[in-house]
Design a protein. Structure first.
Length: 303
């Protein structure tokens, strides 16, 4: 058995077609078939059968799949670690972050670069529901999300406690009420917020629902853009957005102010998630330490 046979096996499992898997892996179909037979001989079990809709995995293949994914991920990690050593410790750290915490990953890199100036960061921005999938597939080394619930294959480290508040441009009508606004005053207003299924949006919807109020009206649903990405939009129209406390000074600098409404103060927790069985090179562990330190101190540096 060759180590690459594991990758070929996973490709067939994903595509459910020898032809499509061969094309994706840059092989001919006979060459891929030969790899499958070699792996089957090594395992002593048949892995795929031909079905009316394509290539069908056997029970043995499905049982082997999780082990194969781990083998493939660990092999890729070992090759990256050796490559880093060969490149004189010019390590690449792959981190995925939700839009809310994108800036925190960048701040950690700024703090880390003086220690390891050759380090490169590959930052992927996606929402929490996609981050863990990418982490489980080994596409990223670390995930920075908002307090996700993780399964037994992952471990989570809460980095800090934070709050989010609604913000709008200084001239928004709700700032000119004769009294302090309440959550009821926000009924019928227009928002620029993440889509449903994202932690901050779900908490916001729950705040209105718990008081028997109609759901918010999201005129703009953000997918892949953090709080700062919405700032230019909020400065030009009467939309309301949500902003973590660490970025309120940045918002104030361009005329965006928070609403002081207790019912709309949402708790949020930047959380670092890693695979429980992952073997990280020392440079990744060092970056995790820098990320923890940055999260502890970032509210003071955000201004």
């Amino acid at each position: 058995m060759h180590i690459k046979d594991i990758s070929y096996f996973l490709a067939i499992l994903e595509h459910r077609s020898l032809q499509r898997a061969a094309s994706a892996m840059g092989l001919t179909q006979p060459a891929l078939s030969k790899c499958v037979h070699r792996l089957e001989d090594a395992l002593g079990a048949r892995l795929f059968e031909r079905g009316p809709t394509g290539t069908v995995p056997t029970r043995a293949a499905l049982a082997f799949a999780n082990y194969a994914r781990r083998l493939d991920t660990e092999y890729a990690g070992a090759m990256r670690a050796l490559g880093d050593l060969a490149a004189n410790d010019a390590a690449v750290i792959r981190i995925g972050a939700t839009p809310t915490w994108e800036f925190l990953a960048g701040q950690a890199l700024l703090d880390f670069l003086p220690q390891r100036p050759a380090t490169r960061l590959k930052l992927s921005i996606m929402f929490s529901d996609k981050l863990l999938d990418a982490l489980g597939r080994g596409e990223i080394d670390l995930a920075l999300a908002t307090a996700p619930s993780v399964g037994p294959d992952f471990q989570a480290l809460r980095l800090s406690d934070e709050q989010m508040q609604p913000i709008a441009r200084r001239g928004h009508p709700l700032f000119h009420l004769p009294r302090a606004p309440s959550i009821e005053d926000f009924v019928g207003t227009l928002w620029a917020v993440p889509r449903p299924g994202v932690s901050s949006r779900d908490q916001l919807d729950a705040a209105f629902a718990s008081r028997g109020l109609p759901p918010i009206k999201a005129q703009v649903e953000l997918d892949g853009s953090g709080a700062m990405g919405s700032f230019p939009l909020l400065t030009r129209c009467d939309l309301i957005g949500m902003c973590p406390g660490a970025l309120l000074p940045n918002a104030a600098a361009i005329g965006l102010l928070p609403f002081e409404v207790d019912a709309l103060r949402l708790s949020t927790f930047p959380t670092l998630v890693t695979r429980r069985d992952a073997t990280h090179p020392p440079v990744v562990h060092a970056f995790i330490s820098a990320l923890s330190a940055s999260a502890t101190g970032y509210p003071d540096r955000a201004a």
